[in-house]
Design a protein around this ligand. Sequence first.
Ligand code: WTA
Length: 650
Amino acid sequence: MPDIESLLKETRRFKPDPAFAREANWNKKTVAEHRKQADKNPEKYWAARAKENITWFTPWKKVLDWKPPFAKWFVGGKLNVSYNCLDRHLEEDGGARRNKAAIIWEGEPGDTRVITYAELHREVCKFANVLKTQGIKKGDRVVLYMPMIPELAIAMLACTRIGAPHSIVFGGFSADALRDRIDDVGAKTVITADGGFRKGAGFPLKQAVDDALKMTKAVDTVIVVERTKQDVKMKKGRDLWWHDLMKDASPKCAAAKLDSEHPLFILYTSGSTGKPKGILHTTGGYLTHVTTTFKAIFDIKDSDVYWCTADIGWITGHSYVVYGPLAAGATTMMYEGVPVHPGPDRWWELIEKWGVNIFYTAPTAIRTFIRLGDEHPNKHDLSSLRLLGSVGEPINPEAWMWYHKVIGKKNCPIVDTWWQTETGGIMITSLPGVVTTKPGSATLPFPGIDPEIYDEEGNVAKPPGGGLLVLRKPWPGMLRGIWGDNKRFKEQYWSRFEDTYFCGDGAHRDKDGYFWIMGRIDDVMNISGHRIGTMEVESALVSHKGVAEAAVVGRPDDITGTAIVAFVSPRGGTKATDAFKKTLIGHVSKEIGAIARPAEIRFTDALPKTRSGKIMRRLLRDIASGVESTGDTSTLEDFSVLASLRGDED
Ligand code: WTA
């Protein structure tokens, strides 16, 4: 089996701006020192970070207990996540953060709330007392099915305060998906809202909870936040209003002293096949990982307004909207609605209005905005921005360049951060002010993280070379298992190579040792014996000025083994003609070589995506091969896309 080849020839380099570097939390010297320590003794390195960034009630006895594939970090240590996110900011530095904004929130209709650390602390304590009154005890699982409103963060922190692990189900999931997760995690309590705002209208949540609970007996309490004021039916003896319960709740609630390995949350992530996996994260290691990475990678200062656009229902929202930022005492912004409501410039308006300094989003959003046109960001003053981040998918070099120029005005370092639900926190990323960036590369491992690229036999693919991305050493934020399924945990992540975590992604490393993530290994095509990542062909297509977005899949071919099929959405103003197809095929040949020429191009207005913005290539593969899809489509954002793609076929 040959290496995964990299055909992409990206030669642009962006050196850190000296002015930025001078002020950066971590400079060249710090990073060199960190890397040295971490290489020499990773456990000692992480122990120093745990001491520096986290407040412990009781120190640990042992840094790491590693019985592959099961890790325990900071064994014997006791702490509380909500204490670290709240109480200590009220006490430290003479209470300097008491009245600092913890959360800046804007609803889709334009209503706003700014919640200080002192106020957030009060609300969290009150809700923790509500949970206790409802009989929730340490270890009980609580499902949260809510819109992007402050009550979601409050509920999470209240759960952590009393040691009740939460499991957040993204508000876009159906009643069926919700029921599966409630059953799998064994929750007795669900916290929800009447609904949330999306595209200018209220979408129902409580209704979906009612439907889900018709199919399961487990839940005895449902707490409902009033958000949209739409009609809901409250079931007597089961359903309670948040505001009624909060009215008389005491604002005093001591934070439980929890074991470092106490379960913090379970978050379901869909595998490409089979039922969703409940990824388990625990307390001390996770908090150390997300807090350390957050401070260093986003270069957070006390005066910054930080905005990560992810929904809290995804891991990015858990780690870098709520836990990382609040543990670091930062101001984190939350926005409830869709990016383009009421107009295509809503996000840029928000950045201008709130003076956002640090902005973290996903390539899929960036490509959507490229398509909508530069005039929308250009209408707004984005000069408050000083650092940009990307997460969730490989970012194509052209999208990177657009982000750099049109949003960053060539003034902001870009951190392209690679990680997964399973890793808990960021693993491969550039460090601003320190690492020279290359558009499309996530660059280098974070200190203390040990990624490697293996070939099929488990030999190291020496740079330059491509293969399977693995992690050789345990890290603090790593998943501790799949909820209730150790067998699947071992098979899924630890069976390919001994005692080594296989993440499912393919990657390439260049001669400078930079990592280029090529996406899920299932997305690698074998064309006449060459293994080529779909992402590189997509990047070549998107680098043509007439293309807004592209998704590439392989379909079986008698001659070449696999033939490339490209689904392309043209930019506004470009006509979807046969001549344009020819132009694009020629363009790909020129950019990356004739071996990667698409055998077929299909034009489409939209691509099938998950609700977190990932292209569902599995569905496209089925369409390209002319077979009926059978796999799970519960995460698909917009079903009409599939119908229109199928309709295009003849
Ligand atoms: C992909 C999101 C390239 C990758 C945090 C990974 C990326 C999967 C990047 C995890 C990146 C995430 N560059 N690919 N910067 N970040 N991915 O669990 O395929 O929703 O395995 O976690 O997203 O997705 P998840």
